[in-house]
Design a protein. Structure first.
Lengths: 262, 550
């Protein structure tokens, strides 16, 4: 028996896969190299099961951070597929490679000075958007099922509101960018458009700016001071006696019985 | 792929469907399952919450908090030696000179960097993974802020401190609730896409433990939207904010007066170290979910390994409430691929109820999170009315189809798009069938001790976000962590800027505090074989690890 060469770690190991005894083993090909892994694991967990320790290509492990974009094919099938490694289940004869980074174009801009003619701004920052050839590869590639080509078309037309809404679920993994024949960096262009929409096209919350003035004027400092210096029993009493706003109350219309602390 | 629920589970879902119409009818009338009294809350917590379970907890034997009882995993980490060989580092040569060093590039770190840059200072940001890789990006449900006419920071304060069982630092709660409207307004000005009514009024809803509707959201990816926007803004200011990705800090540097004066960074790819000299340092490295306290699955980001806590502890900063862990009441337990996945509290905010195997309610669905978790654990472990999955996990139903019935067809898809996709992938349509859930490790309640300006006991050292403690006491309410990271991140940046106006970077950089700490560990006779900060979890299985020779 060989002596244990490496002491197994005892901390931060709770996501290790412990497959059931009768788990069926399947072959997958990580960057072309064959490994046998238990079925039903995600690509990410299968890769770790095979012995890889991630530095790049792993983030939230919950499908929202965009770190683990992955391309794969099945042996004998010409079709190129894409997914997030933390969300896609490994299947037999999958030949895969993650794309932890892809160079993209991201010109800087000043959000405060961009409201005048955002469509023209978009054209000067991202002229390549207007050279979309409409092949639809981006849409077929998107692991979030976003119709990327459609939001690019909306940008070209100047419908920035629709483009902002349509691109909202983007996790910025960059898979679309890597496949685009027009060399567009879709996630960055979409980020620009969403901020322009959020700042200049969505109507402002006037109740919020009013409240901000009150806060800046120190209106709540006294009330908060009163609470921080109060005995715990008294704070508890206030807590228990709070009036709860009804779930279906209309915002801005509903008022509590005691209005002295507003 | 998995073909949805098994036949056995489909049979059980029929019981949920049988009671649904009557439950929806009652919910429409505002007729809720009664909430627990304050006494019952304490009783339930003591009996059923993992924080109160003394197995797997012990006192730490070294450092400023020597003698304090923490979960085994935390004590072990605090008693580990530095991963840095201090003698191998040449501190006489500096690789980066900057005004401010920010360690961590999630919500708190980025907010701090923006605030300091606005004050005219040069910022270097060190981050272990990519810019934005953090728990911030994963927060789904929303961000609190008292900006409606019927609400005010006063009521927000009461909710926060009551939710924390009055164990929070009052000054921190006051800062949090006072600044909340300012933060929401700042985000609106940066172009964040808040959910709004057509006239611009913020759409707000309740969260667990709130007395007013003040939860702001951006679909069910509020944290991701916040992170995208603040990161984009930091990139627009690249001249003043330089970000080093895959280059975590491994120790803080102090100067001849014991003030924070920089850090040693470590390039994960080239394995080189770099010496950074700075006038001030902000620790914003996030939480400890990946330590998997008491073996729980976690909703946390891959990098959540408590690095900042360890470094600050060695620099002499004390910790508070770090023995308190938040278990989010609703982590997915089915299908196996979704285990640990967070099911946002928004689902319950929209009216979905928790049900046992009989399809009956057993608790008020919007208790504070620790109480709600205790209720679920009680129902499964004590009452025995939980549902058991094919892989042997216990849980209860979360009846999401109620949402469409209460708010109209399509509400689930519209309000919870990400969650809908994550289940649809496994042939489960959560607008038609309920989800199976159980509490999951979600949040580090305590951390580095700070005051209301994010200052620690070491001069020039600031801390903000999940790594810091005291804001939420022993339990955090939904929507207050996204707020916390931005309030105290910005406050740290502002205060550090004030400090930097009159302080130059220290002349002589030192790691003596680390060597001293290593000696203290040896003196205590501890040799646990772990080197920290951990930086990354270790998920390679034993059959691989025991064969690794490199």
């Amino acid at each position: 028996m060989a002596e244990d060469i490496k002491k197994p770690a005892t901390l931060a190991t709770g996501d290790r896969t412990i497959p059931p005894k009768d788990a069926k083993m399947i072959p997958i090909y990580i960057m072309g190299r064959e490994y046998m892994v238990p079925e039903t694991l995600t690509i990410m967990k299968a890769t770790e099961y095979a012995g890889y320790s991630y530095v790049r290509g792993c983030g939230c492990r919950g499908g929202i951070c965009g770190a683990c974009g992955t391309f794969y094919r099945f042996m004998g099938d010409y079709r190129l597929r894409a997914g997030l490694a933390c969300q896609t289940v490994a299947e037999p004869n999958m030949v895969l490679s993650q794309l932890p980074f892809f160079p993209s174009n991201r010109p800087g801009y000043e959000i405060e000075n961009t409201g005048g003619n955002p469509h023209e701004e978009l054209r000067s920052l991202y002229p390549e958007v207007f050279k979309c050839v409409g092949c639809g590869t981006c849409t077929r590639t998107c692991p979030m099922d976003i119709d990327v080509m459609d939001y690019i078309a909306l940008m070209k037309r100047g419908d920035l509101k629709a483009a902002a809404l349509k691109s909202f679920d983007c996790v910025q993994c960059g898979l679309c960018t890597s496949r685009c024949p027009a060399q567009i960096s879709q996630p960055n262009a979409a980020q620009f458009v969403r901020r322009i929409y959020g700042k200049y096209m969505l109507p402002k919350a006037s109740h919020l700016s009013k409240r901000v003035e009150d806060v800046k004027g120190g209106k709540y400092e006294g009330m908060l001071k009163e609470l921080t210096s109060m005995k715990q029993e008294d704070v508890k009493k206030l807590y228990v006696e709070r009036e709860r706003e009804p779930d279906l109350a209309e915002s801005g219309k509903w008022m509590p019985k005691d209005t002295s602390k507003l | 792929m998995s073909g949805g629920y098994t036949t056995a589970l489909k049979e059980l879902i029929k019981k949920v469907e049988a009671t649904r119409a009557a439950r929806v009818e009652k919910a429409r009338k505002g007729d809720h399952f009664p909430a627990l009294t304050m006494e019952q809350r304490q009783e339930w917590l003591k009996k059923y919450h993992p924080d109160y379970n003394n197995d797997g907890r012990r006192a730490v034997e070294v450092g400023p908090n020597k003698g304090t009882v923490y979960p085994e995993e935390v004590s072990t980490l605090l008693e580990s030696k530095s991963r840095l060989n201090t003698r191998a580092v040449d501190l006489s040569k500096t690789d980066y000179e900057t005004d401010l060093l920010v360690i961590g590039a999630g919500g708190a770190g980025t907010a701090a960097a923006l605030a300091a840059q606005e004050a005219g200072f040069k910022v270097l940001v060190s981050t272990k993974l990519r810019h934005g890789d953090s728990n911030t990006v994963m927060a789904e449900g929303g961000i609190q802020g008292a900006d409606q006419e019927g609400d005010s920071p006063y009521f927000h304060y009461l909710d926060v401190i009551g939710g924390g069982h009055f164990s929070n630092q009052p000054g921190l709660v006051a800062a949090l609730t006072n600044d909340a409207p300012l933060i929401i307004h700042w985000l609106e000005g940066l172009g964040m896409m808040f959910d709004k009514h057509p006239d611009g009024r913020m759409k707000v809803r309740h969260g667990g433990g709130t007395c007013r509707k003040r939860m702001h959201s951006s679909g069910d990816m509020t944290g991701a939207e916040i992170m995208r926007v603040v990161r984009d803004e930091a990139r627009n200011r690249a001249e003043g904010i330089k970000v080093l990705e895959f280059t975590p800090a491994v120790e803080i540097l102090l100067d001849e007066s014991g003030n924070a004066a920089g850090a040693v960074l470590y390039n994960l790819e080239t394995k080189e170290y770099y010496v950074v000299r700075a006038k001030a340092v902000i620790v914003a490295t996030g939480g400890f979910g990946r330590l998997h306290i008491q073996g729980f699955p976690t909703t946390n980001h891959y990098g959540a390994t408590a690095d900042g806590v360890v470094m600050a502890y060695r620099a002499g900063v004390s910790l508070q409430d770090l023995d308190s862990t938040q278990y989010h009441p609703t982590g997915a337990i089915y299908p196996e691929q979704n285990v640990g996945l967070l099911i946002t509290e928004k689902v319950r905010g929209l009216g979905a109820q928790l049900l046992n195997i009989e399809g009956e309610q057993f608790c008020f669905p919007l208790e504070p999170r620790d109480v709600e978790s205790a209720c679920v654990i009680r129902e499964c472990r004590e009452i025995g009315q939980g549902i058991v999955t094919p892989t042997g996990r216990h849980g209860v139903w979360l009846d999401s189809p109620m949402i469409d019935m209460l708010h109209g067809e399509g509400a689930v898809r519209k309000e919870l798009p990400a969650k809908y996709i994550q289940f649809k992938r496994y042939d489960i349509d959560i607008s038609k069938v309920p989800m199976l859930i159980y509490p999951t490790l979600h949040y580090q309640n305590g951390g580095i001790s700070i005051n209301e300006w994010s200052e620690t006991s070491v001069k020039g050292l600031y801390s903000a976000g999940e790594v810091a403690g005291g804001v939420h006491g022993r339990n955090r309410l939904m929507g207050n962590s996204l707020l916390d990271v931005l309030v105290f991140g910005r406050r740290a940046g502002i205060k550090a800027a004030e400090y930097m106006k009159s302080h130059e970077a220290g002349k002589k950089l030192s790691l003596n505090h680390v060597e001293k700490f290593n000696k203290e560990i040896e003196k205590a006779g501890i040799d646990n074989g772990i080197a920290s900060p951990l930086l990354l979890p270790d998920y390679a299985p034993d059959h691989v690890r025991t064969r690794q020779v490199g």
